[in-house]
Design a protein around this ligand. Structure first.
Ligand code: 77K
Ligand code: MG
Length: 214
């Protein structure tokens, strides 16, 4: 039977990356997606912006919405301090199965909790189910139409504190215009656009970093 793209991406990781070496996993996926098959990972160019935001923030608790194959999950987790935790939500069970194996290959199981399900279902359960008090960083990379409703849900669930950072991928391509308008207009956020390119292409895209002001 035919393999899927995520399965072929996992194969490239298992073939070309060193077990327990997250940066080699990131490199293997970027090589595969640049030279073999495009896939919707945040990629190396936007990934460097992601790295700088994570390193500067030094977050203790990170929520990622949209795991896909685990590329950004591994990229973020490899930069976290020893006791920090990353919870990543993925709606698609096939993607979750691949991401779980990519995370294991990187040796980051102890830092990452992969949850299969919808953000709408799990965001309200963050505190009771995961013992999360506040979120220091939210990386949004899931369905673009869900960025805005999920941001409002995060606010309503009291998961954001003064200084919490929302970092949203694809604000230009595919785009999330309603989200962009909201965070740029709202007096409760200080927003900043990091111009870049759609992963592995020359098309414009970028990350929007929005600091919650409380
Ligand atoms: C199926 N699915 C499960 N999760 C998701 C959420 N992610 C995206 O939709 C997504 C899409 C693109 C993209 C696709 C086609 C194209 F022509 C240009 C851009 C890039 C990204 O970085 C993304 O994160 C989609
Ligand atoms: Mg994306």
């Amino acid at each position: 039977t035919q393999s899927t793209r995520p399965q072929r991406l996992l194969g490239a990781v298992q073939k070309n990356a060193t077990r327990g070496d997250p940066r080699s996993v990131v490199k293997a996926i970027d090589e595969f997606c640049r030279h073999k098959e495009w896939a919707m990972n945040v990629g190396d160019e936007k990934g460097c912006i992601l790295d700088s935001v994570v390193s500067e923030l030094n977050p203790a608790t990170v929520l990622e919405l949209g795991t896909y194959c685990g590329y950004s999950t591994v990229r973020i987790a490899s930069l976290l301090p020893p006791h920090a935790k990353l919870i990543t939500l993925e709606f698609n069970p096939d993607y979750a199965k691949i991401a779980c194996q990519v995370i294991a290959w990187a040796g980051l199981e102890d830092k990452i909790q992969l949850v299969e399900g919808s953000s709408a279902e799990w965001i309200p359960k963050m505190k009771e189910h995961f013992g999360v008090k506040m979120l220091d960083l939210v990386f949004m990379d899931h369905w673009k139409d869900d960025y805005l409703p999920d941001t409002k849900l995060l606010e309503d669930c009291g998961l954001l504190r003064k200084g919490s950072v929302l970092l949203a991928d694809n604000v230009i391509c595919p785009g999330s215009p309603d989200y962009l308008k909201y965070v740029r207009r709202s007096p409760r956020y200080k927003s900043q656009y990091f111009r870049s390119h759609l992963e592995y292409t020359k098309a414009e895209d970028g990350l929007e970093k929005s600091v919650f002001l409380g």
